[in-house]
Design a protein around this ligand. Structure first.
Ligand code: G6P
Length: 610
């Protein structure tokens, strides 16, 4: 959700900024821009659309200097136009800023500044911050003080980097709510929304915390709070490799990440299964190990795909650990005055660890007394750092905007957590052994499911013209139906709905006709017979059914128009295999519709505004 990068050092800045933006582009791609400083003169370039458009502009009209800031935008306030693209300058043209987040009181700031005769150039909330810094700077001539002063006045969230013509060797960066990471090179500094753009340059980073501000330049890094209290920052070594972020011969990150799943699912369990003692060992839970058996209630929350993983988690925790479990959208949880009873363990699920709604919900349940865990992929992210303990996915960066490998790894981690909690309560060693055996076989079963690719490509060609799709599932596969529908919506822009299969007859069945594919997930678990009955209901209304079924299930073949067979596995683990064909189906359908699957319109990988 907006990517920002800044650089100060001795190298030409232009290429560093453009390459950095390309790696951050999954955070937003409505417009992009840079501002560099050379001999106290700003060069500013902005372009509507992708970073490539900005790169072409800079080829025609180069920028120079070895200090600069850049931004790729996901529009919140103001259309994705040239004038709304960042960087934004103050009226004097001496201050330039890039910003991720939302300035909520931008209107009153703008009115105040317009009353002082300041003319605005854009419709954005960000410009009000640039102008406010400029307003204070005009009075004090002290840029650092002006930034501090302005940031004390604004309400909302920001990751902001400021450049001032009169301080041509210094970057000022500050955060509240939106992520910022400082990269430390040799006599150079980077500052960025996430680690992906830093990896080519350095592995030494400092994660900024809320209400912190850094000054970066030849004088080194000075870290303080926004209120000028000095703070000690720890330098951390990144463990992401460049290779993990490249396409590696695949046409798209989404396809690469779908195919990475046999490996990512191995990585998520590596070192965490202790067969000898029949237990799961999740080192990240160490800070609250003693408390674990005492929790009386679980509360899982997240957004989008992570919320679907939470819904699967509800089945897993209730079945294996026998703990009452609730699931909430992070965005709703926060605003409904939630009752957090004593003994509540709240689990925030987030691939990026930066989703603003999830972070806000986390803080809300913390203030109400819950112990919190994170199920997060991005190491060092805000949610990972603010939870009491947690379990990382350990699957490397996920770049494709539509989440695939993170979803299955979230399911796997939640399953391990449910087994772990179950073992501390009533789960028998026999049942645990069986689950562990099944879990270790999942990567090869996922590989088998990936072999469906050619069949799915053919199927997608038959279905790609249909404008409405229905996904049905029951039990643990109901959230898989929701996730299958979400994948299709995200990357192909086709309308799709996921439903608990039995709910179809309470309304949606009215829509069934041969033009609406119905994707029915029907592994041979305890819901099987019921789902078959639901399939019959669709067929008797001339519906077109595509089943995701257990290999060698002949019955389902006679009832449906096409079957995608996945290997048999334990019922509770079936989402790990049934999700795979749905990801591939969404991918191929989107390609046939000519979509940019890695950067679907209007979406961003990491939504850091509420
Ligand atoms: C965005 C992405 C979704 C993702 C959701 C939650 O909406 O487009 O793919 O599921 O955010 O992201 P998180 O990083 O918190 O898992």
């Amino acid at each position: 959700m907006c990517g920002i990068i800044g650089y100060v050092g001795a190298k030409p800045v232009s290429e560093i900024l453009i390459n950095g933006l390309k790696r951050l582009e999954y955070r937003g791609y409505d417009s992009a821009g840079v501002a560099t400083l050379d001999e106290s003169e700003f060069s500013v370039r902005r372009a509507v659309g992708r970073v490539d458009a900005l790169a072409s502009l800079i080829e025609e009209e180069p920028v120079s200097g070895s200090i600069g800031i850049a931004h790729t935008r996901w529009a919140t306030h103001g259309q994705p136009t040239h004038s709304n693209a960042h960087p934004h300058l103050d009226a004097s043209g001496r201050i330039a800023i890039v910003h991720n987040g939302i300035i909520e009181n931008y209107n009153s700031i703008r009115t105040f500044l317009e009353d002082q005769g300041i003319e605005f150039q854009s419709d954005t909330d960000t410009e009000s911050l640039a102008q406010l810094i400029g307003f204070f700077y005009a009075q004090t001539n002290d840029v650092l003080e002006s930034v501090r002063h302005a940031l004390r006045e604004v309400v909302g969230s920001f990751g902001v980097v400021v450049l001032c013509q009169d301080a041509p060797n210094t970057l000022i960066a500050a955060r509240r709510g939106s992520p910022l990471i400082v990269g430390i090179g040799t006599e150079e500094f980077f500052v960025s929304s996430d680690a992906s753009s830093l990896v080519p340059h350095t592995s030494q980073v400092v994660y900024m915390d809320d209400n912190e501000l850094v000054c970066l330049g030849p004088q080194g890094m000075q870290a303080t709070t926004i209120d000028a209290q000095s703070v000690e920052k720890e330098v951390v070594t990144l463990d992401i490799t460049l290779e993990e972020m490249e396409l590696g011969g695949y046409e798209h990150h989404m396809l690469k990440e779908i195919y990475e799943q046999p490996e990512s699912l191995k990585n998520a369990t590596r070192g965490r299964i202790d067969r000898t003692n029949c237990q799961i060992v999740l080192g990240g839970l160490a800070p609250c190990l003693r408390e674990l058996p005492r929790f009386k209630r679980l509360l899982l929350f997240g957004c989008g795909t992570a919320w679907h993983a939470a819904l699967v988690g509800e089945y897993l925790f209730e079945e294996l650990a026998r703990i009452p479990t609730d699931v909430d959208y992070a965005s709703e949880l926060r605003y409904r005055n939630p009752l957090i009873e004593e003994g509540t363990l709240a689990i925030a699920i987030s691939q990026s660890g930066e989703t603003a709604d999830t972070l806000a919900a986390l803080r809300e349940v913390q203030t109400r007394g819950a112990t919190t865990l994170g199920v997060v992929n991005a190491v060092g992210s805000s949610i990972a750092r603010e939870t009491d303990a947690g379990v990382y996915l350990h699957i490397g960066p996920e770049i494709g905007v539509a989440s695939t490998k993170a979803f299955t790894a979230q399911l796997e981690v939640l399953l391990m957590m449910a087994i772990d909690l179950g073992r501390r309560r009533h789960l028998s060693p026999e049942r645990t052994h069986r689950l562990i055996d099944e879990l270790t076989e999942i990567p090869s079963k996922v590989e088998f499911a990936l072999d469906l690719n050619t069949q799915i490509k053919g199927l997608a060609a038959e279905l790609a013209d249909c404008d409405n799709w229905l996904y049905l599932g029951r039990g643990v596969n109901f959230p898989v139906a929701l996730e299958g529908a979400l994948k299709l919506k995200e990357v192909s822009y086709i309308h799709a709905e996921g439903l608990p299969a039995a709910e179809m007859k309470h309304g949606p069945i009215a829509m069934i006709d041969p033009q609406m594919p119905v994707i029915a997930i029907c592994p041979q678990d305890h819901t099987y017979a019921k789902v078959l009955a639901n399939i019959e209901e669709v067929r008797s209304r001339n519906g077109r059914v595509i089943a995701i079924a257990t290999e060698s299930d002949r019955r389902v073949r006679d009832l449906t128009d096409a079957v995608l067979y996945v290997p048999k596995t334990h019922g509770l683990l079936s989402p790990l295999v049934t999700s795979i064909p749905l990801q591939l189906l969404a991918y191929h359908t989107a390609l046939l519709r000519g979509r940019d699957v890695d950067k679907p319109r209007n979406l961003a990988k990491s939504v850091t505004v509420e």
